[in-house]
Design a protein around this ligand. Structure first.
Ligand code: XMP
Ligand code: MG
Length: 180
């Protein structure tokens, strides 16, 4: 699998250091508030799993699965809930955990939904941010790494469901796409 990677954009050590840093900041910010941490499947899984272990505060977590209609690279903005939350967000301090913000369409939809459901506060932490891809006005409250407008895989991010289990963020060799 690792032979398919052309370039490592964020190494395993850089990922882990950043997660620890974000976790420490979030610990301070959410101390005593029992936040509801919401992960967006499936890409958030490695990041969320590591991040919540670095948050030294009581918290609850839940998962949502949304899909945006489109193809492997570009989301269309039309969002469909594949799996909804099991937890009520009313009055809760919600922290959304994302793997990457690109166009921002998925998150815009989610933030609106959680506000409509009367969350007390909604904040976003994302491991990666691709500001060049943005088509709607939304920003993460915390972003681990700002990356260029390249398609990346690893640490939750996939190319047709593969590479999610890489411990770092990388760019695939072009022949991997050509062989599909
Ligand atoms: P939007 O565009 O709504 O999309 O911010 C966020 C979702 O798009 C996917 N995405 C990527 N997935 N490598 C991936 O594997 C990428 O470079 C990439 N850019 C966007 C991802 O599912 C994310 O949650
Ligand atoms: Mg994907």
């Amino acid at each position: 699998m690792r032979d398919d990677i052309q370039e490592v954009l964020v190494s395993e050590e850089e990922v882990q250091n950043k997660v620890a840093e974000l976790g420490a900041e979030l610990t301070e910010e959410y101390e005593g508030r029992f936040p509801l941490v919401i992960g967006v499947l499936k890409g958030c899984l490695p990041f969320m799993g590591d991040l919540i272990q670095k948050m030294d505060t009581h918290l609850e977590f839940d998962m949502m699965d949304v899909s945006s209609y489109g193809h492997a690279f570009v989301s269309s903005g039309e969002v469909k809930i594949e799996k909804d939350l099991n937890t009520s967000v009313e009055g809760r301090d919600v922290l959304i955990v994302e793997d990457i913000i690109d166009s921002g369409l998925t998150l815009k939809y989610l933030v609106n939904l959680l506000e409509y459901r009367k969350a007390n506060s909604v904040r976003i932490v994302t491991l990666l941010d691709k500001p060049e891809g943005r088509s709607v006005d939304i920003a993460a409250d915390k972003a681990g790494f700002i990356i260029p407008d390249k398609f990346v895989v690893g640490y939750g991010l996939d190319y047709i469901e593969k590479y999610r289990n890489l411990p770092y963020i990388g760019v695939l060799k072009p022949e991997i796409y050509q062989s599909e």
